[in-house]
Structure formats: structure tokens, C-alpha cells
Design a binder for this molecule. Sequence first.
Ligand code: MN
Length: 200
Amino acid sequence: MAFELPNLPYAHDALEPHIDAKTMEIHHGKHHAGYTSKLNAAIEGSNFEGKSIEEILRNISSAGAGVRNNGGGYFNHCLFWEVMSPNGGGKPSGDIGMAIDRDFGSFEAFKEAFSNAAATQFGSGWAWLCVENGKLSVCSTPNQDNPLMDVVECNGTPILGIDVWEHAYYLNYQNRRPDYIDAFFNVINWSKVEENMKKA
Ligand code: MN
């Protein structure tokens, strides 16, 4: 069974003005589509064929660069579309809000830690909110790596991620990555993040 590009759960322009339609169109239709087809080509005929994406990532140390880059790219973007929503943003309440207060002290402290991880990731990569043994933490990874991979320093299950590759923001924000990170907070789908936390 080959991996398939998931449909976006909303229209290309649904996240405007925070993330513009053209960026979403290229990001999903070209970049994510490319990772998906290249992942399928990279695992064809290998021991990874037929495995779940999570299983592939947890054993990525035994894979080549093609599987690592495109498997990460496939998984990361699947998560990314899901943790954004046109009805998102704001301060989370419920269990995710309480877990953030418990592990970061306050939502504001979490926002600062997550934004800082995203802003200071040098070059292309991602910043993550993870859960491990019931505790939340923030980290970042380069390229298309993610915390599920058995080769990265940050561990845990990612439940929220922000793409800080320039292709994620350059059309609208050019070099102003911090403005894009601020805008991302207006579209975070906290109910999905809470669901991810409960499944982790
Ligand atoms: Mn991307």
C-alpha cells in the first residue's frame, strides 16, 4: 500500500490572512505531494514497504537519506494541516490548557518557548510540542526530521508542529519568520492538539 497525499481539511484560502492561499496551494499540492511520491519510490522493494509511517520513523537509523527526508516530510505535513484550523487560535482551555499550565507555568510561557524554538531553528526545520510519559516539552529539529525518529535529540510524540522552512511563509512574510510564527498562533487547532495528546 502506497502512502497517499491527504486532502486538506479546509479550503486553500481558509487560513487567510494568517497563511495565504497561494502558499497553501504550493505547500500542499507541490511540496507535500513531492514528499509523498518520493517516499513511495524510496521504500519500494525495501523492508519498509507496507510499514506504517510511525514504524518507519521509529527505525529511521536503518534507512537512507531518501526515506528519512521524504518520510519525515510526509508525516510532518500530515500533522501540520491537521493542527491548523480557520476556527483555531486563542488560549487553549480544557485538558490541553491545564497540561500547558502544569508543564510550562502558563500559556504565555509556553508561547514564548515554542516561538523561540521556531525562530532560532537555523535554516529549514520544525518546532514541536511533544508529550512523553505524560509530560509536555518543546524542541526543534532540522530539515524534515521529527521527534519520532530514533536519530534525533528531542524525544516524545509530536502533538503540534510548525514548519519553518521558507516555503511555508516566504510568499507572504519574506524574511519575517517571527511574524509568521505569531500568525500561526491564530490558527492553532487546539482541540486537535488535545486529541493528539490523549492518543500519545
Ligand atoms: Mn513544508
